[in-house]
Design a protein around this ligand. Structure first.
Ligand code: NDP
Ligand code: OXD
Length: 309
């Protein structure tokens, strides 16, 4: 049997080496060096070439190198009945929480505006509301959104969270389902998107949604580029309705040099850097999943393909 690491861009070598240490006796290979296709039982993958998994007739699971599994389900030619397993890693959650908290505080306190003051040698303090009056809204209260929302609530922000089903998180006001979206948006000064990318959430941050935010709101997208209609976001920033946006993820990555997002004066670009998949913790989780499946257990954190997250 073999475990195949599939990474299209970047280096998969360290993943192969670390996993080889954690799974002694198994053949851990790096695509495209797949070896005997019949021997491949597990693929550990980030943005594989569509159709690839069909090459492996004895594949038992596809393990996502990432919390998001949209990159797997983007393949219209997945083999039937092979579970897709998402990565739930406390280290990734911690990284994301720090990114979101940092960005929220940055906008809440007006730190984005001080570089312009400094450039003109202007000594001026920016006013900001008391923390409990700053309303932050987190779209998606899953592994990452719930942690970020609770951290923000712990700092004293007025936090609301939108998800399919109410979560009852301490200090986080619940807004559940499509019917609750307008009320959630109307009370959100700083919108954080941590939704999974599915047919139901693609393009969700569009002109219609942005128009429901209060005047001068901020947007932080740390989920997927496909959530945001870029032209609508730019129009809302240009008109002054929105104050500023931080985009960490993009429809095309790396973000092409010619993209207007790079140079927009009210957009802060980070290069899909909100949370990294950690080699140590990630490999340990993959090794545990494979070991459990070899003992005959079902994989924890398999995704329901009908939901897509
Ligand atoms: P989860 O699957 O744990 O949580 C998803 C949340 O979104 C759930 O609360 C779910 O609600 C809610 N949701 C899904 N669809 C809808 C909908 N149609 N309407 C309302 N709520 C919905 O995801 P994670 O928290 O693990 O990750 C979120 C995303 O973050 C990933 O999919 C990935 O795209 C992105 N990500 C980005 C990274 C970066 O570096 N920028 C790093 C890691 C992840 P319910 O629970 O009620 O069903
Ligand atoms: C992920 C990511 O999904 O890094 O984990 O984007």
């Amino acid at each position: 049997m073999s475990v195949l690491i599939v990474v299209q861009h970047g280096s998969g070598g360290p993943w192969r080496d670390r996993l080889g240490e954690l799974l002694p006796g198994e053949s851990v290979r790096l695509w495209p060096d797949a070896g005997d296709p019949e021997a491949v039982e597990f693929c550990i993958s980030w943005r594989h070439p569509p159709g690839l998994f069909r090459d492996f007739p004895n594949l038992r699971a596809i393990l996502s190198i990432g919390a998001g599994v949209d990159h797997v389900f983007a393949d219209p030619d997945l083999p039937d009945g092979v579970p897709v397993v998402r990565l739930i890693d406390p280290r990734l959650k911690e990284d994301m929480t720090l990114h979101v908290v940092h960005r929220v505080i940055h906008y809440h306190r007006g730190y984005d505006r001080y570089p312009a003051f400094q450039a003109e040698a202007t000594w001026e303090r920016i006013a900001f509301p008391d923390t409990e009056k700053r309303r932050v809204g987190v779209m998606g209260l899953g592994e990452l959104g719930a942690a970020a929302a609770q951290a923000l609530a712990g700092l004293g922000f007025a936090v609301g969270g939108w998800s399919n089903a109410a979560k009852g998180l301490p200090g986080v006001e619940d807004f559940a389902g499509a019917a609750a979206l307008p009320a959630f948006l109307a009370r959100t000064d700083i919108l954080v998107c941590l939704l999974p990318l599915t047919p139901a959430t693609a393009d969700i941050v569009d002109a219609r949604l942005l128009a429901q935010l209060p005047e001068g709101a901020f947007v932080i997208n740390a989920a997927r580029g496909g959530h945001v209609v870029e032209a609508d976001l730019i129009a809302a920033l240009d008109s002054g309705r929105l104050a500023r946006a931080n985009l960490d993820v993009f429809r095309e990555e790396p973000l092409p040099a010619g993209s207007p997002l790079w140079r927009h004066p009210k957009i802060d670009v980070t290069p899909h850097a909100a949370a990294r998949v950690n080699l140590d913790t990630g490999c340990r989780i993959f090794a545990e999943t494979i070991a459990a499946m070899k003992r005959g257990e079902s994989p924890a954190n398999a995704v329901d393909p009908r939901r897509g997250y």
